[in-house]
Design a protein around this ligand. Structure first.
Ligand SMILES: Nc1ncnc2c1ncn2[C@@H]1O[C@H](COP(=O)(O)OP(=O)(O)OP(=O)(O)O)[C@@H](O)[C@H]1O
Ligand SMILES: [Mg+2]
Length: 269
C-alpha cells in the first residue's frame, strides 16, 4: 500500500532571523545571527560544541521562554510574522514548530498510540476514536514506523528500540501538523542503520516541512541538507556567531571562510 502523504495540507514556512542575539542572564550565547531558511528544504547547523546551535534552534519554537534568565533580541520571523511579537501565544507557536531531541524521549509508560497523540491531547478539542486512529496511522506512516508497530500500538513506548523510539518521537512531532520541524542531533544516540532510516525520513519530510537539523556529523549534514550554517565561537565566554551560511555543497567543497574550511577538514573543533 502506498504511504499516505503526511500533511499534504501542511504549510511549510520560511524562517527569517534578523540580528538575533540570545542571552542566558548576562552571558551572550549568540550574537547577530541573520539567516533565511527556506520552506520545504533541509538546513543543517554545524559547529563546535558551545557555539550556540541548540540555543538558536530553541529560539525557533520559543522553548527559551521556559528557561529562566534566557532573553532573545532581534527577530525570528515565520513567514514574516515575528514569533516574539506581543500578541503571539507561545503554546500556539509550539504547535506550528515541532522539536525532536537528541535522546529519544517518548513517554515511557504511555502506549505507542498514546505517545503519537500526546501533543494533540493538549488541544482543547477532543478527537473521535476514528479521527484519532487516522492521526496515529498517518503520523506513524510519515515517520516510517507504521509497519513495525501497527500490531502493537497498545504496548508502551519504552518497548521500542532506540531508533524506533526516535521515529516515534518524530511521529509525535508531526501528529500536530507543524509547519517547521526542528531536530537537535536526532541521530547521535542511534546505530548506523537507524541513522540511515532517519536520514531517509528527513528527505521525505522536507516535501512537507521546513526542516532544521543540528548535527555533529559532517557526512550527515552533507547527505541530508541543501543549506548549511556554520557557527563558531572566538573563545570561551564569547558569543557564538554564524560564520558562513551557504549551499551545503559549497560549504563542504569550497567554503568562503578559512574557519569553515578548518572545521570541516577537522583541523579543530
Ligand atoms: N540554560 C542555559 N543556561 C545558561 N547557559 C546556557 C544554557 N544553555 C546553554 N548555555 C550556554 O550557551 C552556550 C551555547 O550553548 P548551546 O547548547 O547552544 O551550544 P551547542 O552549539 O548546541 O553545543 P553542543 O554542540 O555541545 O550541543 C554555551 O556556552 C552554553 O554553556
Ligand atoms: Mg547542542
Amino acid at each position: 500500500m502506498r504511504p499516505t502523504p503526511v500533511g499534504s495540507d501542511v504549510m511549510a514556512k520560511r524562517i527569517e532571523l534578523k540580528k538575533l542575539s540570545i542571552f542566558y542572564g548576562d552571558f551572550k550565547a549568540v550574537e547577530d545571527v541573520d539567516m533565511m531558511i527556506e520552506p520545504r528544504s533541509v538546513t543543517a547547523f554545524i559547529g563546535p560544541s558551545g557555539c550556540g546551535k541548540s540555543t538558536v534552534l530553541r529560539s525557533l519554537d520559543r522553548m527559551l521562554d521556559v528557561t529562566p534568565g534566557a532573553k532573545v533580541e532581534g527577530e525570528v520571523l515565520l513567514d514574516g510574522v515575528d514569533l516574539y511579537g506581543k500578541h503571539i501565544d507561545p503554546v500556539r507557536v509550539r504547535h506550528q514548530v515541532g522539536m525532536v531531541f537528541q535522546q529519544p524521549n517518548p513517554f515511557p509508560t504511555m502506549t505507542i498510540r498514546g505517545n503519537v497523540l500526546a501533543g494533540l491531547a493538549l488541544n482543547k478539542r477532543r478527537l473521535s476514536k476514528s479521527e484519532a486512529d487516522e492521526v496515529v496511522e498517518t503520523s506513524l506512516r510519515g515517520s516510517n514506523l507504521w509497519e513495525e508497530v501497527k500490531d502493537r500500538l497498545d504496548r508502551p513506548g519504552s518497548s521500542l528500540s532506540g531508533g524506533q523510539q526516535q521515529r516515534l518521537c518524530i511521529a509525535r512531532a508531526i501528529a500536530v501538523k507543524p509547519e517547521v520541524l526542528l531536530m537537535d542531533e536526532p541521530c547521535s544516540a542511534l546505530d548506523p542503520i537507524s541513522t540511515l532510516a532517519i536520514e531517509d525520513l528527513i528527505q521525505q519530510l522536507k516535501e512537507d516541512y521546513t526542516v532544521v537539523i543540528v548535527t555533529h556529523n559532517m557526512q550527515q549534514a552533507a547527505r541530508v541538507s541543501e543549506r548549511t550554517g556554520f557557527f563558531n565561537i572566538a573563545g570561551t565566554g564569547k558569543p557564538g556567531h554564524l560564520i558562513e551560511y551557504n549551499d551545503t555543497e559549497t560549504i563542504f567543497s569550497n567554503p568562503d571562510e578559512a574557519q569553515t574550511e578548518d572545521y570541516i577538514t577537522g583541523r579543530f573543533g
